[in-house]
Design a protein around this ligand. Structure first.
Ligand code: GDP
Length: 452
């Protein structure tokens, strides 16, 4: 089945030109019935190793420029709902308009993968509009000119990446599910004997436990559904976790590929450590990998029933984790006793808390007010006699929160200053324990001319 991608955008941004370019003008009018779908065009393209079906919602151009009839919106939303992914087109020469925003909102809500395209990027007049595109909150824009065929290589690469994502997740996130109703993807990783199986079984409950190695598990089962306080979860089945009797197969070490598979699958990863031997090198390596891969991290300390002086030990472990994992200040550390079922509610609260922050989007205006203050408090350093100017900031992506700062000489900004900014965002916007990304881009302030 081809990957279905809907091309969405307000009238006149260049959807049809792009559609024609990607499909080689082999487009056909597939439905001539008047009404909702009369203008829907479909066309096929080979992109990388994927067969892609592009859906153009053209013909909407009939509507008066600047107006947005209910029919247009309906058609656009229906196309989004049906598609596997969305290609959103904006006009970089015209900049961002409120109408763009109204077309973008249902895409964000759908939680579908998006390729953001800033079209008409030939020439200088489009610079400001290109930076504008970041503020849509649909990710990093790809600058193209559909008319002149510029940037199409980058666009194809972006489409290919999204197709890979769709192909990999198709089974778990069927088209039509929106972000809010999709289950949280959770993995529990840790060294052998930390108590992962015990914890998984405690979370699943006795009745759900699978006791024999064969009992109904197909080879390709990689996730088990689980409900916790009405919230849907898909729990990664790390290497036969649910099997009860697999003592003989126990490996000496956690296999790296198991951990990597789990991290790739999950949105939030619980790193389970043993209270009696906490923070071994391997635990820290896993935790570090979770963070560098941009996943939400929760540390659970198991076998808490064996710990004496629980209060002081907990405080000590929390201090230790701040020191050992400074890149995720405030990461939750939750004591549990998997075998007795203790602390499970607190653990899951921490998981959902991190998940919510991992999904957070901060408004561009608030970020720029914050940036101004941060720059005042600590002036960026001068390098070779010239001060580095940081001009504009926005959050193009959530999951994990990813920020872009436009500045004069990104390659020269010291790492310490970048850390200062990240820690500042974390504190000011209350995002403890989530991985945050901050990318520096060379660029002018898109609103420079408005400032005079
Ligand atoms: P896995 O290798 O990480 O899956 O670890 P298992 O779940 O097989 O547990 C390893 C051992 O630790 C078993 O003997 C469990 O009974 C024991 N264990 C697991 N959780 C707890 C706990 O909360 N308290 C105590 N005291 N023992 C536990």
């Amino acid at each position: 089945m081809p990957v279905e991608i809907a091309i969405i955008g307000r009238p006149n941004v260049g959807k049809s030109t792009l559609f024609n370019r990607l499909t080689g003008r082999r487009a056909a009018l597939v439905d001539a019935t008047p009404g909702l779908t009369r203008d829907r065009r479909e066309g096929d393209a080979e992109i990388g190793r994927h067969a892609v079906r592009l859906i153009d919602t053209a013909g909407l151009e009939e509507a008066e420029a600047g107006s947005l009839s209910a029919r247009m919106r309906e058609q656009s939303e229906a196309a989004i709902a049906h598609a596997d992914a969305v290609l959103f087109v904006m006009d970089a020469r015209a900049g961002l308009t409120p109408v763009d925003e109204r077309f973008a909102a249902p895409i964000r809500k759908s939680g579908k993968p998006v390729i953001l395209v800033a079209n008409k990027c030939e020439g200088r007049a489009s610079d400001a509009g290109f930076y504008d595109a970041y503020a849509l909150g649909l990710g990093e824009p790809v600058a193209i000119s559909a008319e002149h065929g510029e940037g199409i290589g980058d666009l194809i690469a972006a489409i290919e990446a999204v197709c890979d994502q769709v192909a990999g997740e198709g089974e778990l996130a069927p088209p039509g599910t929106d972000a809010a109703s999709r289950p949280l993807r959770l993995a529990i990783v840790g060294r052998p004997n930390a108590g992962k199986s015990t914890l998984v079984n405690a979370l699943l409950g006795e009745d759900r436990m699978i006791t024999g190695p064969e009992a109904g598990i197909t080879r390709d089962t990689i996730a088990v559904p689980l409900k916790w306080n009405e919230q849907d979860i898909l729990l990664h089945d790390t290497a036969g976790l649910r099997r009860k009797s697999r003592i003989h197969e126990r490996a000496e070490k956690l296999s790296a590929s198991d951990a990597i598979n789990a991290i790739r699958f999950a949105e939030v990863v619980v790193v389970l450590i043993d209270a009696e031997i906490p923070f071994e090198k391997q635990d820290l390596q896993i935790a570090d990998l979770v963070v560098s891969e941009g996943r939400g991290l929760v540390i659970a300390v198991n076998k808490w029933d064996l710990v004496e002086e629980k209060q002081s030990r907990l405080a000590e472990l929390r201090r230790e984790v701040e020191r050992l994992l400074p890149q995720v200040k405030g990461v939750p550390l939750v004591p549990v006793s998997a075998s007795r079922g203790g602390g499970l509610d607190k653990l899951m609260q921490a998981v959902f808390g991190i998940y919510a922050m991992w999904n957070r989007r901060l408004p561009t205006a608030a970020l720029n007010r914050w940036l101004e203050e941060a720059l005042e408090r600590h002036t960026p350093p001068a390098v070779t006699g010239k001060r580095i100017k940081l001009r504009y900031m926005t959050q193009p992506n959530a999951r994990p929160p990813t920020f872009v700062v436009f500045c004069s000489r990104p390659e020269k900004l010291p790492e310490a200053y970048r850390r200062y900014l990240i820690n500042g965002i974390r504190d000011s916007f209350d995002l403890p324990g989530v991985p945050l990304r901050l990318n520096l881009r060379k660029g002018k302030n898109p609103y420079a001319d408005k400032e005079g």
